[in-house]
Design a binder for this molecule. Sequence first.
Ligand SMILES: Nc1ncnc2c1ncn2[C@@H]1O[C@H](COP(=O)(O)OP(=O)(O)OP(=O)(O)O)[C@@H](O)[C@H]1O
Length: 339
Amino acid sequence: MPTPKPIIQVEGLAKEFRRPKRIEGPFGGIRTLFTRQYVSKLAVDGIDFTVDEGELIGYLGPNGAGKSTTIKILTGILQPTQGSVEVAGVVPWKERERNARNIGVVFGQRTQLWWDLPLRDSLELIGKLYGVERDRHRANIERFTELLGLAAFIDTPVRQLSLGQRMRGDLAAAMLPEPRILYLDEPTIGLDVVAKERIRAFIATLNKDEGTTVILTTHDLDDVEKLCRRIVLIDGGKVLYDGSVEKLKARYAPRRRLVVQLAEGARWRGVAMPGVEEAPPEEDAEPGTVALLFDPETAASAEVIAAVLADHQVTDLSIVEPELEGVVHRIYAAREAVA
Ligand SMILES: Nc1ncnc2c1ncn2[C@@H]1O[C@H](COP(=O)(O)OP(=O)(O)OP(=O)(O)O)[C@@H](O)[C@H]1O
């Protein structure tokens, strides 16, 4: 495999927003216009990360963490207060047009399609606008129509599309110019399970087959669990975690849960193993089920299972991995408690 090359480099990135301080009282509105006092907000406060070509990363954080601000800087919409950024060799805010040629952007809440035109016309126009070679553009439209299931509504004007259909159209539109990097902001927000799956499959295919680098911002941790190997987690404009999903779980939720279903009439005798603890019974647990908590680093799953089986008659055993959702909520909650 070729050595991956960095395609996005972010160093010491900071963005401060300043707005005039609101003056209360009589004529406050007018006096606000002339004030020299400012309230400032550090939306991004010294962020560093590097993304290699072909990576698919989840850029996560609670509301107001600084995600959109970072993406706006990477796409060239905003200029940072400090720090350096290079995206495919381009400083985005200095050369917005050159940067735009390398990137595709999809914001869940907005569309870049022409509202009154059928989806097909929008997609064809994009080929002309970006000067994509005709046959290639046709072939791409055909492929994306297939992958995203656009055929049923490709002749419908965009304004009549459902949110899920429009989102699929938007994804096709963003990828038709064949950008090297795709920024996705909440691509599955408000969609049903089927539409979500279709969109996830499309993103995974592009990443795998074309090597498209994808930065995904989402509050839907199922998106992340299904698509991303790496997460950059931010809060208060700073990076809290940068690494694999597995390591994040291992660090913040090290314990696995082993759920044991005892045979009818069998009595629970306990398991005496260091690092293994009985979990408090859950409200909706079936009678005869016992849950154990253990850290696979200190007690291997196979050994815990063997210890249970040695002393008990069991009808079912399952190991429950921690869900990313729970892990991330715990991190946010811990931060809030400190703040
Ligand atoms: N134009 C602006 N002027 C002043 N403050 C801003 C501006 N844009 C963002 N902020 C503030 O900067 C902080 C980070 O905002 P940002 O939109 O980047 O967060 P986010 O992580 O994308 O949040 P969300 O998940 O809610 O979209 C917030 O406190 C926000 O209020």
